[in-house]
Design a protein around this ligand. Structure first.
Ligand SMILES: Cc1cc2nc3c(=O)[nH]c(=O)nc-3n(C[C@H](O)[C@H](O)[C@H](O)COP(=O)(O)O)c2cc1C
Ligand code: SF4
Ligand code: SF4
Ligand code: SF4
Length: 639
């Protein structure tokens, strides 16, 4: 069936709503994004399927949903009884399934893994009252992880079934597309996007409306729009979840962008390591075509536009827009000189507009709610929200969407650690390998493009890695540099060779072999690589080094002057010893040591032969009495 009228859209919405919020059936949806699957969500789903069949529960609908963001609590399962709130259960295992189904059958509803409930949900493009009840279960927004968040991009994630276009339409999906095609000119759309102040979420923060205007102005028979879904920063997985949880919002954004810029073809460039996102996009594109939302004569108009999915091999540098274009053209994925910019001469030499997954996701909302509404979220210079992946040394790991301008402290200590400052956190790395390390005393910094730049970091695509006292900042700088060296395309000497030299110096520092002159050389190299490299990879790869030198110089100094690693991470600067008075002689460490470096009789204190020990740390981990000590002593007598 092809949709051509608002009535058609409303009819499908009604059908979708019956699935999403059935009034005569129980609906069970299992978190089925990669985060959920990786901790057993697929086994939970399979077990539900088998048990529902065994128990002949015909009045029960089982489906998949995406990720609501609280990845650390997966597998999450939503239970929706007719007229009642959605109850979200956490850390569900296949062993829980019988009990859950029994409670549904008995209508007792006292689910022992109940985490929170959802009675009302603002899908932004619509609001739905799902139901009431369950007085003893907290509401979703009473949970500290969710409380300070604002869901615009994640508006449907973890609620709708991403594989069902009807459910996307039920929550107001494709209404914005309908609105632009039936009642707006391309210039009016661009004006609305400009008014919103939306800036590109791929890292550079370039104003989206302006970029669309450049592409629209170009005269050409063929123009392209591209969705940059190459996301490759270590610790970042926002885009993956957005694609797996709500592919239609991205597709709708792309169709609107194509209509505004005059593009006839769209490409979703996605890394092959994201197979589930690829699969869901392909299904979503097919379903949109069947409804006449993609292809020829979209919504009965004269507008034709199609999207294809192109898989990349997973090189980080292929996320850079000109390298991405080269990769789609079948060339080696290497950045090209700019200008010309892609808007003038992009894919196959034609005007091309490239936006990030999250940038596209915001577009339907801007059209539905208006640019003014959007511009009031966040800060004046950085309007809107941003999804961050919060990982590392925090209790609550997951995807966090907050208004731009929210402080680092709010994200790390409130959302990440339930409002408790455990006193151990010492820094965050924002922006992936090209970002900087921001120390704890600057956690009152609001997260937006300008403030992050002012402290030497970047927003990047939204990765936040939390580090505590057990993290060595020199080792961290080395880790990120290692990544950039691996991913450098090798085109510029400064990036190709300079980063390696910097790595060698860092390696010497972590081994206690470097001098203070080496630190000076490191700084000089970092500055040189920054200003002489062609693309963003080389221009920003020094950030982790420069920020750790700036904020954690003491740690560099200790490595060089006293050959000591405060965090006791750098292998060459630590040793393991057994505290004689604390050792019970249980022999466990000796049995586990891979090189037989531990000697001693049963019941008597053991001892480590330092010249045999390879510092694997196994004895430290297995000793139940904490008798094995990890030491990094200052050479020169200081402790
Ligand atoms: C090394 C490197 C990697 C990048 N990787 C990505 C990426 O994975 N996703 C992305 O959207 N932008 C990435 N970018 C930024 C893109 O070049 C481009 O600015 C962005 O896709 C534009 O979209 P936006 O305006 O919506 O942000 C990368 C840039 C560099 C220098
Ligand atoms: S800066 Fe590095 S990644 Fe970028 S073009 Fe030069 S060598 Fe390649
Ligand atoms: S495991 Fe601990 S207590 Fe047991 S022998 Fe080793 S050091 Fe001693
Ligand atoms: S650190 Fe590893 S190699 Fe060294 S004593 Fe302990 S178990 Fe053996």
């Amino acid at each position: 069936m092809k949709i051509t009228s608002l009535e058609d859209l409303e009819n499908i919405a009604r059908k979708g709503l019956k699935k999403l919020n059935p009034d005569n059936k129980v609906r069970i949806s299992v978190g089925f994004a990669t985060c959920g699957i990786s901790v057993g969500g697929d086994d939970v789903f399979k077990t539900f399927k088998e048990k529902i069949y065994e128990r002949k529960l015909n009045n029960l609908e089982l489906c998949k949903t995406g990720c609501i963001g609280f990845c650390g609590e997966e597998p999450l399962v939503n239970i929706k009884m007719p007229g009642k709130s959605i109850v979200v259960l956490h850390r569900v295992t296949p062993n829980d399934v019988d009990d859950i189904l029994q409670k549904i059958e008995n209508e007792t509803y006292e689910f022992h893994k109940a985490f929170f409930k959802i009675d009302d949900w603002d899908h932004v493009t619509s609001k739905i009252h799902y139901g009431d009840g369950y007085e003893n279960i907290p509401k979703w927004n009473e949970i500290k992880f969710f409380k300070p968040t604002k869901r615009v991009v994640l508006r449907n994630s973890g609620i709708i079934n991403p594989e069902d276009i009807d459910e996307y339409i039920a929550v107001g999906g494709y209404r914005s597309l309908y609105k632009v095609i039936k009642s707006m000119t391309p210039d009016e759309i661009i004006e609305e996007v400009k008014k919103s102040g939306l800036r590109g979420r791929g890292g550079a923060g370039f104003p989206t409306g302006l970029k669309w205007e450049f592409a629209k102005k170009e005269q050409s028979d063929v123009k392209y729009v591209i969705c940059n879904a190459d996301e490759g920063d270590p610790g970042a997985y926002m885009n993956r979840n957005e694609m797996e949880s709500d592919p239609h919002m991205i597709i709708e954004g792309m169709i609107i962008g194509a209509y505004a810029t005059g593009a006839t073809e769209g490409i979703i460039y996605i890394r092959a390591e994201y197979p589930l996102a690829v699969e869901r996009f392909k299904k979503a594109i097919n379903d949109a075509k069947k409804y006449g939302l993609l292809g020829e004569k979209i919504l009965g108009s004269n507008f034709n536009f199609d999207i294809i999915v192109t898989e990349g091999a997973g090189a980080f540098v292929c996320g850079e827009e000109t390298a991405l274009i080269a990769s789609v053209e079948g060339e080696i994925g290497r950045p090209r000189l700019k200008p010309p910019y892609p808007a003038q001469k992009g894919l196959w030499g034609k005007p091309t507009n490239i936006n990030n997954v999250e940038t596209w996701s915001n577009v339907p909302v801007i059209i539905a709610k208006g640019g003014d509404w959007f511009s009031k979220l966040g800060t004046q210079k950085s309007p809107g929200t941003k999804v961050f992946s919060l990982v590392g040394k925090v209790k609550n790991v997951g995807l966090v969407e907050v208004e731009l301008g929210t402080t680092i402290d709010r994200i790390v200590n409130y959302i990440g650690n339930d409002g408790v400052n455990n006193g151990k956190i010492k820094a965050v790395q924002t922006g992936g390998p090209s970002g900087g390390c921001i120390p704890e005393n600057l956690f009152n910094t609001p997260i937006d493009y300008e403030h992050l730049a002012a402290v030497g970091s970047i927003m990047g695509s939204g990765g936040i890695v939390v580090m505590d006292d057990d993290t060595c900042m020199v080792d961290t700088a080395k880790y990120f540099l290692d990544f950039s060296i691996d991913e450098s395309c090798g085109k510029c000497v400064s990036c190709r060779e300079g980063l390696k030299h910097m790595h060698d110096i860092l390696d010497d520092i972590t081994k206690g072999k470097a001098t203070f002159e080496d630190i000076d050389t490191l700084k000089e190299l970092a500055q040189t690589v920054k200003v002489t490299s062609l693309c963003g990879l080389g221009k920003t790869a020094s950030n982790p080094v420069l920020t750790t030198l700036k904020y954690f110089y003491k740690e560099y100094e200790e490595h060089v002057k006293h050959k000591r690693c405060f965090a006791r991470v750098c292998k060459d600067l630590i040793r393991y010893v057994i505290a004689k008075d604390e050792c019970t002689g249980c022999t466990i460490c000796a049995k586990r040591c891979p090189v037989n470096a531990i000697n001693g009789e049963k019941g008597k204190p053991h001892i480590i032969s330092q010249n045999v020990c390879v510092k694997c740390g196994i004895c430290y981990d297995v000793c139940k009495f904490n008798s094995v000590k990890k030491l990094s002593e200052a050479i020169g007598g200081e402790k």
